[in-house]
Design a protein around this ligand. Structure first.
Ligand code: GAR
Length: 205
């Protein structure tokens, strides 16, 4: 992704949207280099959408079950996101896999934040799976989305300890504190400096 002037972000969410909020807060500073131009979701009535509305950012909802097929959902989501002309699409707690049309349209410009140290514990229950496995450290990963499940080239990772008395909620909350910082720092650097990928190795700037 080349470096640009002000980088247009479309953020997709499925839940509370604390990562989105961190991006909204960061982009209030013009020197950050990126602005959230729209927020999309795969469900209604979530705090992530409310956060966007309070910030005056346009929102949209495209639910899979509103469409006759997964492909039709993917195609409509792609067109909806494209209408906002994003430089970068950020999946921030978006609990759906985007499809081939989406990845084709925004090739190399879709990033996802995952609450585990990839390639460990992919999927929708990263903190629970890490806890069940008994790892002593886990964390979060920002990666460029490819057609796999949490398999794309890694842009940044942050490590947090697992405590003996953790449950899934306490561990996920500790991860999310570090994750938000990583997301804001890294998206800002990408926005200002761009990035390249060679043989899976991501270089910013
Ligand atoms: C984040 O921890 C994000 O990494 C995770 O959902 C949480 C969303 O929190 N995403 C996944 O597990 C995707 N596999 P938020 O809604 O408060 O930003």
């Amino acid at each position: 992704m080349p470096a640009g002037s002000d980088c247009r972000l479309v953020v997709l969410v499925s839940g509370g949207g604390t990562n989105l909020q961190a991006l909204l807060d960061a982009s209030a500073d013009p020197s950050y280099g990126a602005t959230v131009v729209a927020v999309g979701a795969d469900r209604d009535d979530i705090e992530g959408l409310a956060r966007a509305e309070r910030a005056g950012v346009p929102t949209f909802v495209r639910k899979v079950d509103q469409f006759t097929s997964r492909g039709h959902w993917d195609s409509t989501l792609t067109d909806t996101v494209a209408a906002f002309e994003p430089d970068l699409v950020v999946l921030a707690g978006f609990m759906k896999l985007v499809g081939p049309e989406f990845l084709g349209r925004f090739a190399g410009r879709v990033v996802n934040t995952h609450p585990a140290l990839c390639p460990s514990f992919p999927g929708t229950s990263g903190p629970a799976d890490a806890l069940a496995y008994g790892v002593k450290v886990t964390g979060a990963t920002l990666f460029v989305v490819d057609e796999g499940v949490d398999t794309g080239p890694i842009i940044a990772q942050t490590v947090v300890p697992v405590q003996d008395d953790d449950d899934v909620a306490s561990l996920h909350e500790r991860i999310k504190v570090a994750e938000r910082q990583m997301l804001v720092d890294t998206v800002g650097r990408i926005a200002r400096d761009g990035f390249t990928i060679n043989d899976r190795k991501v270089r910013i700037g």
